[in-house]
Design a protein around this ligand. Structure first.
Ligand SMILES: [Zn+2]
Length: 315
């Protein structure tokens, strides 16, 4: 039984709608967890919520803080840049938390944290070269190369949703200036948009009768055998496969791990990804790569934030 005196870090996993907070031990176990609705009304309100969530869990055995946020982060300064769903852009968040709590603070992009967690404890265990994609409102990415998280020059690497897969495609989401990016074509949001188009063209279909045609409804209908829902997920999977084929050519990963809310579509989504990779990626890398579902589910972000905080302590 874990006690409060056990050495731990306090980890936060901040999303656009939910904030998970927990005490995490060096093995990535969540010792205690609290969930909150994210306060997005203003920067001040959100920062006050982060402070309160940490204060509630921190004690004399807290060694560091690990904070995962859905933002690009300049690791030289610890300042979030573009943030689609949370009002943190431009705030010196890392130094602010260091001063407030007097502890070392690891500030990390949420998908990078999830990649660390899946690599150490989940679907990427035992590999040296792993790619993580989280398919939800957008597409998050994380790269484990040579056994380590790859952050790029300033910490902004692995934005794997923001690569062009269609030169004449739609504008990307949020603040991204890109055109025809994978995120605009193969995210959960894109799946919902495609499902709405199919429903509009086929008013007698189960899709058209669905009161809230979101990713969850699509997965449920696909599991129940609905051909339209399966068709939509298949199309999204083939688009995703085009992106993954490119990553296989560039990075030669051992495993590509696919998670996020829409990752719940499982093999309905992964099988077309595997097919396109087998058809279009270069031999021999394509023959060796495994494309698998994430294993840690919604805990990956919190566990990952905790692990990167322990990494900071280890230097
Ligand atoms: Zn983009």
């Amino acid at each position: 039984m874990a006690t409060r005196a056990e050495p731990h870090v306090v980890a936060l996993d901040l999303g656009g709608s939910k904030l998970a907070a927990g005490r995490v031990d060096a093995g990535g176990r969540i010792l205690e967890r609290r969930d909150h609705e994210t306060e997005t009304s203003s920067e001040d309100a959100l920062v006050a919520q982060l402070d309160a969530a940490i204060a509630e869990l921190a004690d004399e055995a807290t060694r560091a803080l690990g904070v995962g946020i859905p933002s690009l982060i300049d690791q030289r300064t610890g300042v979030p840049g573009a943030s689609v769903n949370v009002p943190l852009a431009g705030l010196p968040l890392r130094s602010r938390l260091e001063e407030r709590f007097g502890l070392p603070v690891a500030l990390e992009n949420d998908a990078n944290g999830a990649a660390v967690a899946e690599h150490r404890l989940g679907a990427g265990r035992g590999t040296e070269h792993m790619i993580l994609l989280t398919i939800g409102t957008g597409i998050g990415g994380g790269l484990i190369l040579n056994g380590r998280l790859y952050r790029g020059a300033i910490g902004a690497a692995a934005e794997l949703g923001h690569v062009t897969v269609a030169l004449d495609g739609p504008a990307c989401q949020g603040t991204c200036p890109g055109i025809g990016h994978l995120e605009a074509l193969a995210s959960g949001t894109a799946a919902e948009r495609l499902a709405a188009e199919v429903a509009a063209g086929r008013p007698e279909s189960a899709l058209a009768r669905e009161p809230e045609l979101d990713g969850r409804a699509l997965v449920r209908l696909a599991e129940a055998g609905d051909a339209d829902a399966r068709g939509v997920i298949d199309t999204i999977g083939r688009r995703l496969g085009a992106g993954v084929a490119g990553y296989v050519n560039v990075f030669n990963p051992e495993v590509v791990v696919i998670g996020g809310g829409f990752g719940a579509a499982g093999d309905f989504l992964l099988d077309p990804v595997r097919e396109v990779v087998a058809e279009q990626a270069l031999p021999t890398a394509r023959d060796e790569v495994r494309i698998v579902p994430a294993e840690l589910g919604p805990d990956a972000g919190l566990v990952g934030a905790g692990l990167v905080a322990f990494d900071l302590l280890a230097g």
